[in-house]
Design a protein around this ligand. Sequence first.
Ligand SMILES: [Fe+2]
Length: 341
Amino acid sequence: MLFEQIRSGGCLSYLIGCDETCGAMIVDPHLEQLDRYIALASERGMRIHYIAETHTHADHFSAARELGKQLKAPVVMHRLSAAPFADVRVDDGETLIVGKLRVRVMHTPGHTEDSTCLVFDDRVLTGDTLLIGGTGRTDLPTGDPDMLYDSLFGKLLRLPENLRIYPSHDYKDRNSSTIGAELASNPRLQKTKREDFVALMKGLDIKMPDHLTEALRTNRTGGKTVAQLLAEAARQVAFVQMDEVASRLGNSDFMLLDVREKDAFDAGHLPGAKHLPRGQLELRVDKELPDPTARILTYCQFGRISTLAAATLRTMGYSRAVALDGGYDAWVKAGYPTETR
Ligand SMILES: [Fe+2]
C-alpha cells in the first residue's frame, strides 16, 4: 500500500494507492497543493481513481473539483454534501474499491453533517471527526455536538484500538496516532458522558476560520476562489517589472493604462498614464483604445485588478496587453515619479 501524507500548514491530505495495480485515491486535497498531487501521483506511478472529501471544508479551499477535472477522476462525497460537483455520493457502510484496496465509508456527522471517516484495514482517515488530542469543532454550519458524541463514542471509537488514525488537521507537526492512544489521553474523549461532552463542545470559544465565507462559497458550489481567478489571469499575460517601466518613462512604446477608480487616479498616477477604470473596461475599450496592436501596460493599486484587466484585454484581442509587476502603491514606495491631474 502506498500511503503519503501531504501537509499544507495545519491541513493534512493523503495519497493512498494500491502497489499491485497502481490505482490510487487522493483524500482532502488542498487547492494550494494542486500541482503537488498531480506531480506526486505521476512520480509514484499511480493513476487516480477517486478524489474523496471527508467533509465540506470551511477552513481551506478544496482542490477536489479541479483535481477531478484535471485527472478525470470522480469526486466522492457523502450523500448530504452540498457540493453539486460530487460525482459519486456515498453513505454509511459503503465500500470503495481502489485496486486491491477496500475503503469503507463511515458516516460520522457532528463536525459537519456530511462528515465521514474512511476505514482501511490498518488505519482510518478521520477527517475532522477525530484529531490528535482533539476533535473537530461543532460550531460551524451544520455542526452538532450531540451528533459528534454519537459518531465518536457510538461508532469511530469502537474500532480496534490498534488502528492508526490520520486526521485532516494537525497544527503541531504530528502525523498520526491510534484509537487506543486517543481513548487514553485525548482530553475531549475523557468526557464520556453525553452531557459533559456536549457542554465541553458548546463552551469552546474558537475564533472563526479565516476566509470562512469564501471557503464555504467555493467548496459548496465548485466556484472559484479569488486567488484562482488571479492565477488564471496571470497565466494569460506577461508582466513588466517596475524598474523596466521606470527606465522607459518618456520614450516608451507602452501605453500606461491606470485601471483604478477616478479618485485614486486624480490623487496621483504614473506619468503620462491614461485612465480607464476596470469596471468600465469592456464597454469603453473600443472608444478609448482603438488600436488592438498597441502595447498596453495596465496597473492598479496593488497589481491584482491590473492582472485581471490585462487578461480581459487579451481576451478582447489586445494581444500585447501586459500588466505591471507591482502596483501604484509599490511604485510610490520605490520612489519612482508620479504626476497628478
Ligand atoms: Fe473541517
